[in-house]
Design a protein around this ligand. Structure first.
Ligand code: NAD
Length: 448
């Protein structure tokens, strides 16, 4: 089955049709039409899988993809223009340019936490670059996976195939030869994907996760900062790859923050997250139990209520230390540990001793402190004053570094990811200046 799908996508690619700008723009428009005409089905599926509020589903998933489509449609022609490179005098007359060449058949393996956005933004990037695409949605968001499988091929025809399934299906799929594999998920599976890709020397993009830290100092308006941290943390019940994972600050700052955060949480969920339509649920029992275990023996600031019957876990803030269980793995849920550091330098040391994060969030009004973080830390993104919002800037590459990922996408960066930058060199046969470098050598040629 996977073999047939890949064969068919390869024959479409080999026909050359996907290289044409018109084909690409038509496919992007078809994707937009699908999202517009099927909004209700996608919204319902996201509610079923993650209990997402329709407005949140639009903002972070369906509408997000539409914005990315608009940005790409508007700029694609310009992005595809060949880029000139300068030619050394010794090789003149000649011209040199870089042409974005499609790669072929792209495999997109998507996760469950933003199952529309994280499936379709890579798909549209691959199509914009002139490829055909096989999408494997996450089996952990089955309602969304089913809607994608039903509608994508109907709207996009033979440009895209969707293969649903879990580990056995993905394992089979990874035996096929692709021209690029784009994987979003965890580092463990990323190693499996990269190993499979190595058998065919297939390039990979790995969009992974990890613990994204926050650091705040006493120069900021803590009330405003707390509101933004709470928003970024409890969006999608903390199941966001760029969610603040933990907060670093001095004892004094964290004491004040601990007093403010419960109010910020109350304001987001009208004082009753459990009955609020705006607050999501944990994806499944396995993740719920994992998070519940992290709470055992924790020093709670607020929250901590759990209800296994509906995978409900309250927005929770806790005090923790570097050795606490909650600090040993990416949380990926609504638990926010506050961890004391001595000062800014100590925070930088703490961050640099751990895996390079997908995002690092710093709240400070001090210009010099900002510069200190820019120059002395490494992360997929570094954001001042707000978590997660950098994803909404299409000009910024989105991706990790080291254990948080490899490669990046969004906007023009997607085009670069899904293209080969082909070197094109053109030198006329006459006049034959090349003869200056042919043997036999002499003193004059030595100087060329
Ligand atoms: P997941 O369980 O949905 O897995 C992702 C994909 O991998 C799925 O399609 C799944 O079928 C496939 N998969 C699972 N096990 C496999 C195996 N053994 N062999 C082959 N394929 C397999 O998602 P997840 O990994 O639980 O997602 C959470 C992780 O993803 C977190 O670490 C999070 O930070 C990260 N994440 C990163 C981004 C990003 O953009 N950088 C976005 C979302 C999530």
């Amino acid at each position: 089955m996977s073999n047939d799908a890949v064969e068919s996508l390869r024959s479409v690619f080999n026909s050359g049709v996907s290289r044409k700008l018109e084909w690409r723009l038509t496919k992007l428009e078809a994707l937009r039409t699908m999202l517009t005409e099927r909004t209700a089905e996608f919204t319902e599926a996201l509610h079923q899988d993650l209990r997402k509020h329709p407005d949140e589903a639009w903002m972070t998933e369906i509408g997000f993809v539409c914005t990315e489509i608009s940005h790409t449609v508007k700029n694609l022609r310009r992005w595809l223009e060949p880029e000139r490179a300068s030619v050394p005098v010794s090789l003149l007359p000649a011209s040199a340019q870089i042409v974005n060449d499609p790669l072929g058949v792209v495999l997109v393996i998507a996760p469950w936490n933003y199952p529309v956005q994280l499936a379709l933004v890579p798909v549209l990037g691959a199509l914009a670059a002139g490829n055909t695409v096989l999408l494997k949605p996450s089996e952990l968001a089955p309602a969304t996976s089913a809607v994608l499988a039903e509608w994508l091929p109907k709207y996009l025809g033979d440009a895209v195939a969707v293969l649903e399934g879990g580990v056995p299906e993905t394992t089979e799929l990874l035996k096929e030869r692709f021209d690029h594999i784009f994987y979003t998920g965890n580092g463990q599976v990323a190693r499996i994907v990269m190993t499979a890709a190595a058998q065919h020397l297939t390039p990979v993009t790995l969009e992974l996760g990890g613990k994204s830290p926050v650091y705040l100092d006493e120069s900021v308006d803590l009330r405003a900062a707390a509101q933004r941290i709470a928003w970024g943390k409890y969006l999608n019940a903390g199941q966001t790859c760029v969610a603040p994972d933990y907060v670093l600050g001095t004892e004094k700052v964290l004491d004040r923050l601990a007093a403010i955060l419960p109010k910020a949480i109350n304001s987001l969920f009208r004082g009753d997250p459990r009955n609020s339509d705006d607050y999501g649920r944990i994806i499944n029992e396995r993740h719920f139990e994992r998070l519940e275990r992290l709470l055992e023996g924790a020093e709670l600031v607020t929250g901590g209520e759990c209800d296994a019957t509906e995978n409900y876990l309250a927005p929770t803030v806790l005090r923790a230390e570097a050795e606490s269980p909650v600090m040993q793995q990416e949380i990926f849920g609504p638990l926010l540990p506050l961890v004391t550091v001595r000062d800014e330098q100590d925070a930088i040391r703490f961050i640099n001793e751990r895996d390079k994060p997908l995002a690092l969030y710093v709240f400070t009004e001090r210009k010099q402190s900002k510069q200190n973080f820019i120059e002395n830390t490494s992360s997929g993104a570094l954001c001042f004053g707000v978590p997660a919002a950098h994803l909404l800037v299409p000009g910024l590459p989105f991706g990790g570094v080291g254990p948080s990922g490899m490669g990046a996408y969004h906007g023009k960066h997607s085009l670069e990811t899904f293209s080969h930058r082909k070197a094109v060199f053109d030198k006329p046969l006459k006049p034959d200046t090349m003869k200056l470098i042919y043997p036999p050598f002499n003193a004059l040629k030595h100087q060329v």
